[in-house]
Design a protein around this ligand. Structure first.
Ligand code: NAD
Length: 409
């Protein structure tokens, strides 16, 4: 193990890479291949030993890319000026951060903002990957899309693996086998990738989304888009996301879903509303109408799930129907999930690093902008993102807790 750098007034900016500690997490924030542009700027990089192991990146590869590695996690927490992470470290570790350290990662700022309190107090500057605005300039930093792409693919592969049938139509001397029927609910990033993957495997695919704009994308992938008359209500929220629907509109969707479930072999459900529990779309009766051997993969499980029977993180079998509720599908593909995530992080770092020095311009709309609507959750002890700041007001803490009852932290 190489010696850790001493801090002096001219010491370079230290960037730390931690071994992710959340249960089941296999991804790493930066890979050895990510380090070239950072070391070229004079950054000193320290990696916690084993950080990239599950993603196929050994300590030696980081060392060859110019990093130092250590078993001393606390040293990294206490000395890193920049800490890209996949998941936000726990509160006790937040309390050990170097004051004014910059932490970048998935922080669940709208779901569990209170879990960031210790880091905000430290104070640390927090940039949440979930809050990067969906503007063209920030597309290369969009880690939500990267991870959703992987989740959509993996959900279909998992279903195909478990399904006691084949996906493609086969014409053989022993007779013809019909293709599997896959139903995708929510045709956003994960849903579209699920459709494309199921189509590649030869399934017949139907899809439903409340956003009319999704219809064209669904059809362009060779799937059938199922339209529901929602009474002309607005279904588009900001930034490409869906709006939260009325109970009546949700019910119309549930009816269509129940009718479609009855003839589907696989359902991949992905519907989400940012910062809210996932909409309930699949009733128990719809699950019971599916034939034995059918598979449901509820990708919305981390936000509580789209199916009435979903238990986040638990696989259940009911009357021969298997219901999967994975909490971290991206972690099941650690190499490519880390590769895409690391590129998103690197592109973000290019915004706040100038010639090896931290240079944070909160006027930039990706970071905060005039509306405080960007990725910056907190800076110099103050909440910055307006939505998160509002949730952190003591009066709103209780409402948030109720909204997320049942959803995992
Ligand atoms: P998401 O994960 O929040 O939701 C998944 C899908 O569920 C969405 O398509 C949403 O419309 C749908 N949904 C929500 N409630 C539903 C309901 N009650 N019934 C049926 N479907 C419901 O969304 P996402 O996948 O992250 O992205 C959504 C859109 O944003 C996509 O069209 C995507 O192409 C777009 N996008 C734009 C950019 C950009 O940079 N401009 C980047 C990424 C994504």
């Amino acid at each position: 193990m190489a010696r850790l750098p001493n801090r002096t007034s001219e010491a370079p900016v230290i960037l730390g890479i931690l071994k992710e500690s959340a249960p089941g997490e296999t991804r790493v924030a930066l890979l050895p291949e990510s380090l070239k542009t950072l070391t070229a700027q004079g950054l000193s990089i320290t990696v916690e030993s084993g950080a990239g192991e599950s993603a196929g990146a050994h300590d030696q590869a980081y060392a060859e890319a110019g990093a130092t590695f250590t078993h001393d996690r606390r040293w990294i927490l206490a000395n890193a000026d920049i800490l890209p992470v996949v998941n936000m470290p726990r509160a006790d570790e937040q309390a050990r951060l170097k004051p004014n350290a910059v932490v970048i990662g998935f922080m669940k700022p709208l779901e569990t903002p209170a879990a960031l309190a210790e880091a905000i107090r430290r104070p640390a500057t927090l940039f949440s990957m979930e809050l990067i605005p969906r503007i063209t300039r920030a597309q290369a930093m969009d880690a939500l899309s990267s991870m959703a792409t992987i989740a959509g693919y993996k959900a279909v592969i998992s279903a195909a693996d478990l399904l006691p049938r084949l996906f493609p139509m086969l014409i053989t001397a022993a007779g013809t086998i019909p293709p599997a029927r896959v139903f995708v609910i929510g045709a956003g990033v994960a849903g579209l990738q699920a459709i494309a993957t199921a189509r590649r495997l030869g399934a017949v695919v139907e899809a439903y989304d409340v956003r009319a704009a999704a219809g064209e994308q669904v059809r362009s992938l060779g799937a059938k888009f199922l339209d529901v008359d929602l009474g002309g209500i607005n279904t588009e929220g900001g930034g490409g996301y869906a709006a939260e629907l009325t109970e009546e509109a949700l019910e119309r969707g549930r009816d269509l879903i129940a009718r479609t479930a009855a003839h589907s072999d696989v359902i991949v459900t992905t519907a989400q509303i940012p910062g809210r529990p996932a909409p309930l779309l699949i009733r128990r009766a719809a699950v019971e109408s599916m034939r034995p051997g059918s598979i449901i993969v509820d990708i919305a499980a981390p936000a509580g799930g789209n199916c009435e029977l979903t238990k986040p993180g638990i696989t259940q079998s009911m009357n021969g129907v298997t219901l999967l509720a994975p909490l971290n599908l991206a972690a099941e593909v650690p190499v490519h999930a880390s590769q895409l995530y690391a590129r998103n992080v690197l592109n973000f770092l290019a915004l706040i690093l100038k010639n090896g020095t931290l240079s944070i311009d909160l006027a930039d709309e990706v970071l905060a902008g005039e509306l405080d609507s960007g990725a910056c959750v907190a800076h110099e002890g103050r909440p910055i993102n307006a939505r998160v700041a509002k949730l952190l007001e003591p009066a709103n803490a209780n409402e948030l807790e109720i909204a997320y009852q049942g959803a995992p932290a």
